[in-house]
Design a protein around this ligand. Structure first.
Ligand code: BG6
Length: 517
């Protein structure tokens, strides 16, 4: 049957298959997300969840795993045993060899029993929390094992990384498309599930004091920072191959950039929004020659350092990392979106591991008013800023100039903040809750379409290949610092600077906020 997004009433009456059910993603994100959806009534009662992995687990062991994961990671905690049992009984576990089609045929029998038990009209959502090498095999065996022959819809949800470069992503896509049509594929970029990333559209398009200014006449530059304090932890083997470029830039950073830069879609239809995002990706100026890449991108790797009094080892000393590795743990770039709206406006992006704070922020810096007229250059006017705080604090603030009370005309910067997480508590839905719910409703808006993924890889591949050939420009930065100094130069060359995240270190600014800042 065709995949129809308007089936909203029955969309959540489904069997959810979690491939990789004994893995970290399932434990930290997926089970807690499913429980939150259940607690909020979004799953109803007519659903079943089937955990799948190679390792044998009894039903009891599996339900205990789920319980522990929810106690540790969910924003709701199960209280009464009876209520918990009512949820847990929807979970079953099946050990499965993803390469064996016979196992999928058995899964089909099990699924049909569950559909009869819970009166589910054949809707099946397959969540692959697996290494991408397995996506092709699993999709094929789902098809050959008869799991897609259903009276309802079937949808495939897959995690990043979607490929390693454009050719591998294309191969992967072909493998999947043998079994699933594009409308049935939901590629996750969990940044698109974040409350404030979804809020970008609303902030931009529903405010008369932002929308008319959203262009190169009024915006001087855009800064997107995704800073992390963690190192590579136990993911050295994966990270050493991917680096920041593939782990963060190809997906999360470019997705945030497209949300800022896209043209207003004519309707809030998922395809209209995704069309606009693809146009932005196509308009990003490609960096191809070694010289273009060196002058617009800074790559770094953390060396030994410290943070808050704690000694931190260097990347090359991390487990499963090659001691001569040239993998970048920091990336910063000056990008341009070559279209009429954005011509000439630099988009500065930076992301890194082992930076001083965990913070994702987007700063829109507006062009200054001429200060040589009214203020006769007596004062340096600071530019107006709109700052979107994505993670872990959620909110926005604007910075503007006002008169300092008194007799003279002294101008004082003021920041007015709406701290959303302070307002509604830290209990806003997690990215994975929204995304699972959207996939179950068939809403593609916050999933990446194949052409978006493809264009993003085409931007990334020349950079990766230039870096492979020559690693001389790799800069080292002490763990716990803000990355290589050269990353500042990308901005200072043009008379700008990185605005401190969290509005830190800005003593002369008056803050008006719903927090206790
Ligand atoms: C993941 C990356 O996609 O995003 C990780 O693989 C990174 O390396 C994580 O730590 C960051 O996500 P968040 O939501 O914690 O900012």
């Amino acid at each position: 049957m065709t995949d129809n997004k308007n089936e909203s009433i029955s969309a959540h009456e489904a069997v959810y298959f979690i491939f990789g059910a004994t893995g970290d993603l399932a434990r930290r994100k997926l089970f807690p997300a499913l429980y939150s959806l259940y607690r909020e009534g979004k799953l109803g009662e007519r659903f079943a969840i089937v955990g799948l992995a190679r390792r044998p687990r009894t039903q009891e062991q599996f339900r205990d795993d789920v319980h522990e994961s929810i106690l540790e990671f969910c924003r709701y905690k199960p209280s009464e045993q009876e209520a918990w049992n009512a949820f847990a009984e929807h979970f079953t576990y099946q050990s499965l060899d993803t390469g064996n089609v016979e196992a999928f045929k058995q899964l089909k029998t099990h699924t049909e029993q569950l559909e009869a038990q819970y009166d589910i009209p054949g809707n099946r959502l397959f969540y692959l929390a697996l290494a991408p090498e397995l996506f092709g095999n699993v999709s094929r065996n789902l098809r050959d094992g008869g799991m897609l022959e259903t009276t309802g819809w079937h949808r495939l949800v897959i995690e990043k990384p979607f490929g390693y470069d454009y050719p591998s992503a294309e191969r992967l896509n072909e493998e999947i498309r043998h079994a699933f049509r594009e409308e049935s594929v939901f590629r996750i970029d969990h940044y698109l599930g974040k409350e404030m990333v979804q809020n970008i559209e609303v902030i931009r398009l529903s405010n008369a004091f932002f929308e008319p200014l959203w262009n190169n006449n009024h915006i001087a530059n855009v800064q997107i920072t995704l800073a992390e304090t963690v190192g590579v932890e136990e993911r050295g083997a994966y990270y050493n191959k991917s680096g920041a470029l593939r782990d963060m830039v190809q997906n999360h950073m470019l997705q945030m950039l497209t949300m800022i830069a896209m043209e207003p879609p004519s309707r809030l239809d998922p395809e209209d929004i995704r069309d606009e995002k693809v146009k932005v990706l196509r308009s990003i100026r490609k960096l191809e020659s070694g010289e273009e890449i060196r002058s617009s991108i800074v790559r770094g790797q953390y060396s030994q350092g410290s943070s808050r009094g704690k000694e931190l080892k260097g990347y090359r000393q991390e487990d499963s990392v090659d001691p001569d590795s040239t993998t970048e743990t920091f990336f910063s770039a000056r990008l341009f979106v070559d279209n009429f709206r954005w011509a000439g406006v630099p988009f500065y992006v930076r992301t890194g591991k082992r930076l001083p704070v965990k913070s994702t922020e987007i700063v829109i810096e507006f062009k200054n008013v001429p200060n040589n007229v009214l203020f006769a250059k007596r004062q340096e006017l600071l530019p107006n800023l709109l700052v979107i705080r994505v993670n872990p604090m959620e909110g926005i603030y604007i910075k503007f100039n006002a008169k300092k009370p008194g007799n003279d005309m002294t101008v004082q910067p003021v920041a007015m903040e709406f701290c959303q997480s302070c307002q509604v508590g830290l209990n806003t839905p997690e990215a994975y809750e929204r995304l699972i719910f959207d996939a179950a409703r068939g809403d593609h808006t916050y999933f990446t379409r194949w052409d978006e993924v493809a264009v993003a890889w085409k931007l990334i591949d020349p950079i990766a290949s230039a870096w492979r050939e020559d690693s001389k420009d790799l800069q080292f930065y002490p763990a716990g610092s803000w990355g290589p100094e050269k990353a500042d130069k990308l901005l200072t060359d043009e008379g700008f600077h990185w605005w401190p995240v969290n509005g830190q270190d800005e003593d002369n600014v008056i803050w008006v906020s719903n927090t206790s800042k």
